[in-house]
Design a protein around this ligand. Structure first.
Ligand code: PLP
Length: 456
């Protein structure tokens, strides 16, 4: 008789469309964990094996697993009022908008809600576009984004993103608005330069692009304050203030995509707060509800919002049916209350430092570890075939597959992008759990270095 696990695996194979993975993954043992329970930073699979969730789901589980109080808030609101169309205003949605205005930096005070990070990116780009049209600059439509950035699954978000370019060719023609520039990824600089002698070529390139395209057609620059898919390359201190002043010079709006960096992930409420500048729009999702219920959005200034609302048509043309949904908003308020009460933003800063230092201490000595960097609880370990030349591993080595198999067998789940292991555990993590993560990583990287024939 087939076990419950085998049945689920078989049903998944027959009824789910494999996305961003090969279909055999759903069937083959070893590739497909069926998670059944979560508590704090740990999850348990159907066989009873426990793991530290080193990526907080897909970086959304800010408050960690098993928070019944978020479930209670969602349940209570569903019982009180769930169905209230966006023509009406519901109380949790207004309270959430007020809360977001309070915790986001500067004069960002007006929000448009949606249901995911992809939609949040779309919302931000649409605010910028509609603003320019109503500000008598209707030709501004181009968006400057960065290579290495992931932006989502909707057509507009895919059109601007700087990863998976080959796979995206299925969907051509893309929305004709994107211009991609280099990211501030100093360890593998696109220009082969070194900071600080580079003079921030990656930021200056944005000015060249605006100048070359013609400022009258450029709508916005969009970027994550620190890019997760961009190998957690923390930009040099001058980068964002420089980008801000370039945008100001040419009347271009600056959007920060804080889908991952928002809600404490970097050790501040929002990633942009690490530097001395303010974006015009922040788009957010993930950590706003810690993934207990879908919600995303974009927040902007009253000045920009009022211009957007001033058109003859209908305010911002952007209301998905569940944008500002009362139940999602109640879940978000309960989640933010936990972040505040348990001081998880501060914990992210402190535990992030502890994780970064611990990893540097234990992992740098391994021949395949090229760089370790991060900010708050967003830490990357870049693996290289050659420390001196920073050469990447050849694809046939399947370095990430090998490391994940080993990490999972010792009880740690995490993610990768290209050459970097990405560690983003829940913000409620404590020192002893970080110690466990470091011991597991040390053991696995050490074993893998030996398997690959590196001598220490
Ligand atoms: N923006 C960034 C920076 C992301 O990392 C993601 C998803 O990981 C998105 C947007 C898209 O979010 P979602 O998957 O919720 O649509």
């Amino acid at each position: 008789m087939a076990s419950e696990k085998d049945e689920i695996r078989d049903k998944a194979f027959r009824h789910l469309i494999a996305s961003y993975r090969k279909p055999v993954w759903l069937r083959e043992p070893g590739h497909f964990r069926i998670l059944v329970k979560g508590e704090g930073v740990r999850v348990t699979d159907i066989e009873g094996k426990s793991y530290i969730d080193g990526s907080a789901g897909w970086q959304y589980g800010a408050v960690g697993h098993g928070r019944a109080e978020i479930g209670d808030a969602i349940r209570n609101q569903a019982a009180e009022l769930a169905i209230a169309s966006p023509e009406f205003v519901n109380i949790p949605c207004v309270k959430l908008a007020e809360k977001l205005a309070e915790i986001t930096p500067g004069d960002l005070t007006k929000v448009s809600f949606c249901n995911s990070g992809s939609e949040a990116v779309e919302t931000a780009m649409k605010i910028a576009k509609q603003y320019h049209v109503l500000n008598s600059e209707p030709r501004r439509y181009k968006v400057i984004s960065r290579r290495g950035s992931y932006s989502g699954v909707t057509w507009g978000a895919m059109s601007i993103q700087g990863v998976y370019r080959n796979a995206l060719s299925y969907f051509e023609p893309m929305v004709p608005m994107a211009i991609r520039v280099a990211a501030p990824y100093c360890y593998h600089c696109d220009y082969g330069l070194s900071y600080p002698d580079c003079g921030l070529q990656c930021a200056r390139e944005i000015e060249h692009v605006i100048d070359n395209e013609g400022p009258e057609v450029v709508s916005a620059v969009i970027g994550e304050p620190v890019s997760h898919s961009g190998n957690i390359a923390v930009p040099p201190p001058e980068y964002w203030p420089m980008v801000r002043s370039i945008c100001d010079k040419y009347g271009v709006l600056l959007i920060n995509d804080e889908v991952i960096t928002g809600f404490g992930r970097t050790g501040k409420w929002f990633g942009c707060e690490h530097w001395d500048y303010l974006p015009d729009i922040i788009d957010f999702a993930k950590g706003v509800t810690s993934g207990y219920i879908p919600l995303g959005g974009a927040i902007t200034t009253a000045k920009i919002a009022e211009k957007v609302e001033s058109g003859p048509i209908m305010g911002l043309v952007n209301t998905p049916t569940w944008g500002g949904n009362a139940v999602s908003s109640a879940g978000a308020l309960a989640n933010i209350a936990i972040i505040e009460r348990e001081k998880l933003v501060e914990n992210s800063a402190n535990m992030g430092k502890y994780l970064l230092e611990g990893l540097k201490d234990r992992l740098f000595r391994h021949p395949i570890v090229g760089d370790i960097r991060g900010i708050g609880l967003m830490v990357g370990v870049e693996l290289v075939a050659d420390k001196k030349t920073k050469a990447f591993f050849k694809p046939e080595v399947k370095i990430m597959d090998r490391i994940f198999d080993k990490l999972e067998s010792v009880g740690l789940l995490c993610r990768d992008f290209e050459s970097t292991l990405l560690l983003t555990p829940p913000l409620c993590i404590i020192k002893s759990e970080i110690d466990e993560m470091i011991v597991m990583l040390d053991k696995v990287v050490s074993g893998l270095s030996k398997d690959l024939g590196y001598a220490r």
